[in-house]
Write a protein that binds this ligand. Structure first.
Ligand code: SIN
Length: 502
């Protein structure tokens, strides 16, 4: 089957571009290949998308490299105006975008709307950051000359986004890159290229110049990124996804010493200390665990609960979890949608089965839901032994394993017993204890009496095997900037004369 140059499929009532976008034009891939996008709630194909090959990827990079020459020289205000226009345009289309997110990745519609709001905020946040990129001026330590620094865009950037937040992960990277003056090639996850296409269309509509944003959906992520990372014109890679893939990309990045940002896997501990407000902790746990059906790298993966509050916390969490309505994201009242695909659902079940086989008890759920789509019953596991795989691997599903501890010390030790260090959560009624415990948790982001850390104005990122760099916050733009330093000698006559002539 072939498609027209600027093809569209209608998904959830929205006409979505299904082509590549290179140098300001929608077009089919050179090889003419297509791939299917399915709704995880039904397993049915909802769109067919042009499948970029390596020649398309090279053309996208050529366009980005060419556009870099001018985009990198635009004024901060010009870039801010475009990003702000994109923020309003995304808001204006929030219902269409949310419907497409739900169709291609399954999340409940209310959560998709929340993602659109969250995702749009990155465009506004980075519009606001453009005018706040500063350099320095000062004497060298000896006083012999002046040290002057400025920031310059790093250059054409490859942005590789995951399927779990198809809009927000795009805006978090594109917003920062464009604000810094970098051009980009966006490679969205093969499961969710449609939301990315809507975003790119909006960016083009609000005036992003040709070649500044290029889109290469592909079913061969490894092939395209390898080809691009082998090309010295690429100067930056930003990836959100698994630690395994992140490590491969870092090895490839080494060849051309590419500036790299990696937002990788997590194994988030959720600590409920003896003096916690249990109701608040359960509220936070429901968000930290079941937002997006647990398919988030900042999801709580392990619940570590003090014995004094364990019975109440466990019973309340199990009741609330059992009451969650599971189903298609378009149905009112649904709190948990399908997992992204059969592979992910089966992996979640493997982890649960392993824990149960080692002695854990499923207080609710514990099984996949037969029938159409990739649904898994929201699950709470008690008495999870420490050697269960679920305590050591990222679940990415609606399963809450609980471990009971006897002290803060034991809680901290278990929390840090992982190669990952992305998000952690701590619930306690004592402000000082909150900080003394949080300071010892090995994580890049810590929710204190709060189950959600994600925020456009805060630095998102991890330590240890969870990644390199930060996205969002004041630091997000820095990932796309290089520091340039001028050594200025004011004693040389030409410098003095030029100054005098002004
Ligand atoms: C992620 O899971 O990759 C991002 C989650 C978020 O931004 O909240």
């Amino acid at each position: 089957m072939s498609k027209s140059t600027n093809s569209r499929d209608t998904v959830a009532g929205v006409a979505v571009p299904t082509s590549l976008f290179i140098n300001g034009a929608w077009r089919q891939s050179n090889g003419g290949r297509l791939f299917d996008v399915a709704d995880p709630a039904t397993g049915k194909v909802i769109a067919t998308v042009s499948d970029a090959d390596t020649t398309d990827a090279e053309e996208a990079l050529a366009a980005a490299a060419q556009a870099q020459q001018t985009w990198g020289l635009t004024s901060p205000r010009e870039r801010a105006a475009i990003l702000l226009a994109a923020f309003y345009a995304v808001q204006a289309k929030r219902h269409e975008i949310a419907a497409v997110i739900t169709a291609e990745m399954g999340r409940p519609l209310a959560e998709s709307l929340a993602e659109v709001d969250y995702g749009a905020e990155f465009l506004r946040w980075f519009a606001e950051q453009t005018a706040h990129v500063h350099g320095d001026y000062g004497p060298s330590p000896s006083g012999a000359f002046r040290v002057v620094t400025t920031k310059v865009p790093v250059g054409p950037s490859l942005l590789i986004t995951p399927w779990n937040f198809p809009l927000a992960m795009g805006t978090r990277k594109i917003g920062a890159a464009l604000a810094a003056g970098c051009t980009v090639i966006l490679k969205p996850a093969a499961q969710t290229p449609l939301t990315a296409a809507l975003l790119v269309e909006i960016l083009a509509d609000v005036g992003v110049p040709d070649g500044v944003v290029n889109l290469i959906p592909t079913n061969d992520a490894g092939g395209q990124s390898k080809a691009l990372m082998n090309d010295a014109r690429l100067r930056k890679v930003s990836f959100t996804g698994s630690t395994t893939v992140g490590s491969v990309l870092l090895r490839q990045a080494a060849d051309h010493v590419l500036k790299s940002s990696m937002e990788l896997g997590g194994n988030g501990p959720f600590l409920v200390l003896h003096d916690a407000d249990v109701d608040a902790a359960v509220d936070g746990a429901m968000i930290a665990k079941f937002r997006n059906g647990g398919q988030s790298c900042v999801a709580a993966n392990r619940f570590i609960v003090h014995k004094n509050v364990a019975d109440r916390f466990t019973a309340e969490l199990a009741d609330r979890t059992a009451a969650l309505k599971v189903g298609e994201g378009t149905i009112a009242g649904v709190g948990v949608g399908p997992l992204i695909d059969a592979r992910q659902r089966d992996k979640v079940h493997e982890l649960v089965a392993d824990a149960v086989q080692r002695g854990a008890r499923a207080l609710c759920g514990g099984s996949l839901i037969e029938g159409e789509g990739y649904f898994y019953a929201p699950t709470v596991l008690a008495d999870v032994p420490s050697d269960a795989r679920i305590n050591h691997e990222e679940i990415f599903g609606p399963v809450a394993p609980i471990t009971v501890v006897e002290s803060d010390e034991e809680a901290i030790r278990l929390a840090n017993d992982t190669p990952y260090g992305l998000a952690a959560f701590v619930y306690t009624g004592d402000g000082a204890r909150a900080f003394t415990v949080a300071e010892r948790l090995e994580a890049g982001m810590i929710g204190i009496n709060r189950g959600l850390v994600s925020e456009a104005g805060a630095p998102f990122g991890g330590i240890k095997a969870s990644g390199l760099g930060r996205e969002g916050g004041h630091l997000g733009i820095e990932e796309y900037l290089e520091t340039k330093y001028f050594a200025l000698d004011l004693t040389v006559p030409s410098a003095r004369n030029e100054g005098a002539a002004l």
